[in-house]
Design a protein. Sequence first.
Length: 428
Amino acid sequence: MARNDNEITQVVARMVLDSRGNPTVEAEVALAGGARGRAIVPSGASTGKFEAVELRDGGPDFGGKGVTKAIANVNGTIANAVIGYDARQQRLLDRAMIALDDTPDKSRLGANAMLAVSLATARAAANAARLPLTAYLGGVDATLLPIPMMNVINGGVHASNNLDMQEFMLVPHGAVSFRESLQWGVQTYAALKAELQAKSLSTTVGDEGGFAPNLHSHQEALELLVGAIEKAGFRPGIDISIALDPASTEFFIDGRYVLKGEDRTLTQEEMVDYYAQLVDAFPIVSIEDPMAEEDWAGWRLFTERLGGRIQVIGDDIFVTNPRLLERGFKESVANSILIKLNQIGTLTETLETMELARSRAYTTVISHRSGETEDTFIADFAVATGAGQIKTGAPARSDRVAKYNQLLRIEAMLGEGARFNDWVKRAT
Ligand SMILES: O=C(O)[C@@H](CO)OP(=O)(O)O
Ligand SMILES: [Mg+2]
């Protein structure tokens, strides 16, 4: 029988570090023809309650954050099961791992173990086909570069300042190409730094590379952003708009939204009013997780009030899970979904969730985690799926810049064939 060059012959995992210095899983897959693929999984801090389980040891290793068990699962159980599979049969491979795990939340093998193998296999298959990952995953249609959502002010659990909301992002949607949008974001990031320095505010950065100053209010953060956009020579709302990820589950306490920085405690209705005022006053085009992951009633209120005006992204509430997204459809919650591969744990399931979102015209935003690495899978994935938007931090810190640099390469490689998203233009 002829040898199949795509047959998996070896699967190994090892511990590597993420951008917070925590251990994470890297897997490497080798094929019979000599091609290899490697992938590292990221790790969140403001994780959703219903995410697939990231297996951690809990022992003395790395302060209880070790991944020894996840690595042993890859090298043992998973390797035994998937060796011999054709790496191009991604769906079969992922299904085999899901069956092997046999839990609803991937708690036996660990989503970190499974995703590392899932992504490393896709890379190995792409290498065997001598195709860039973008083209292998997305075919000839993979030409749409995403608008970056650049997180330039960090708060919440990603920083040690007093801002309750986690992310204040620039959306340079007026640019004609990814390269230009990145450049505009970079110029605004620099203007913001100068503005903070002029006001004697801190320019130290949070987990995603955004500045983490102590400010009096969210309003003040938004004013600083608008000021920076203008100082950099751009028109707020036309060239560059603002997106927020309050990650509000983190400040939802006993049924109330507790804004410590502003010394206010709000009901669901008051929280929605608070957002509506911000949307009236500032060029905000998108808000992610405005309400807490289990506050479905609050989410309905929010979507009813603002869903016609802005993009409303579900992250913690959907956790890239098709069942939760279906509930979102039924209850008229959100109009967009954040896509994080490690929330669900395999490439196949992530693609299924994205397809489901599209079937109901929910937009999709590919996202990094706050704990990242040099792995740039999500950059290729964003183009391959034509998602149109990517959230991957400030243009500082190598773990974030690596994704932007990969998108620059992809755009250059596509040349004249590259397209750039225009969802804001179409929506307004
Ligand atoms: O809330 C989020 O969207 C993410 C990424 O920005 O944060 P984390 O990875 O900590 O969950
Ligand atoms: Mg989020």
